[in-house]
Design a protein around this ligand. Structure first.
Ligand code: CP
Ligand code: NVA
Length: 306
């Protein structure tokens, strides 16, 4: 395992890395994808172990990390609250102290950002935010990689976020600052992103209530579920609040003619997005999902190997 007396670098939000470091990871992700496609072996994390603490469900995050560690010659260990002492009340601090003496990096998917930060404070190895109620920075690495592959640099482009001012929206706000693009946020009143998150990227973001007006000439349209994990009981109330915030053909017709559509998935067709938008023949959401694996491999190399 990593043996260092220095404080490890963590990835708790996109703001933990510099714009230059983020760009480096995106380029490395594209390179690692090409290496894999050529069928070459690249075991840069041989004998390294990733601990994966999941307090919420996951398909993409879990599988992309497990497959990614396998490609790089390492191993990933899945830890659910059902089977660990964390789920029976062992303190976060103690869990972090113990796991970080055994593994080289730890990803955590949990509810509160403050619990993740507490975990990181007591970890001797890098800690990765694999989704909290506040942020989902891993998804942004994949989304930005996908944009770079399809269209080149995102600097100066305009992105539209439609829907809830949630963890994904917050990470888009951070990304707007770090990758220097403009972000239109079309959300109904009462579902704005957190003021503090917005304040950190004020010059890059604008809330526009009317989704059709917000979509005018944008280069990329992004949305997410109306009820995130942990908000299941608000589903009906949210369906009413977000009824006019669906990404459909009428909205996409307002965007630039070459505009792309992204969604972190899982998607609810007929709610936040219509099948006609997400299931187009040239839809890039599947490439976007695959890029979770490539970009996380690049991030793991960066955090573990430096
Ligand atoms: N987009 C995403 O994080 O998917 P999972 O919840 O399946 O990991
Ligand atoms: N906002 C969603 C993202 C899922 C990947 C949630 O937190 O459930």
């Amino acid at each position: 395992m990593t043996n260092t007396t220095q404080q490890p670098r963590h990835f708790l939000s996109l703001l933990d890395l510099t714009p230059a470091e983020l760009h480096k990871i995106i380029h490395r992700a594209i390179e690692l994808k090409a290496i894999l496609r050529k069928g070459e072996r690249h075991e840069s994390l041989k004998n390294r172990t990733l601990g994966m603490v999941f307090e919420k469900s996951s398909t993409r995050t879990r599988v992309s990390f497990e497959a990614g560690m396998t490609h790089l010659g390492g191993k990933a260990i899945f830890l659910s609250p059902r089977d660990t002492q964390l789920g029976r009340g062992e303190p976060i601090e103690d869990t972090a102290r113990v796991l970080s003496r055994m593994v080289d990096c730890i990803m955590v998917r949990t509810y509160k950002q403050s619990d993740l930060a507490l975990f990181a404070t007591h970890s001797k190895v890098p800690v990765i935010n694999a989704l909290t109620d506040l942020f989902h920075p891993l998804q942004l690495l994949a989304d930005i990689q996908t944009w770079f592959e399809q269209r080149g640099d995102i600097k100066g482009k305009t992105v539209l976020w439609v829907g809830d001012g949630n963890n994904m929206c917050h990470s888009y706000i951070n990304a707007a600052k770090q990758f220097d693009f403009k972000l239109h946020i079309a959300c109904p009143e009462g579902f704005d992103p957190e003021a503090a998150v917005l304040a950190s990227a004020k010059a890059h973001c604008e809330i526009i209530r009317d989704p059709l007006a917000a979509a005018k000439n944008v280069d990329l349209v992004v949305t997410d579920v109306w009820a995130s994990m942990g908000q299941e009981e608000e589903q009906a109330k949210r369906e009413r609040a977000f009824a006019n915030y669906q990404v459909n053909d009428a909205l996409m017709n307002q965007a630039h003619k070459d505009a792309l559509f992204m969604h972190c998935l899982p998607a609810h067709r007929g709610e936040e997005v219509t099948a006609s938008v997400i299931d187009r023949a040239d839809s890039i959401v599947w490439e976007e999902a695959e890029n979770r694996m490539h970009s996380q491999k690049a991030l793991l190399e960066f955090l573990i190997n430096g």
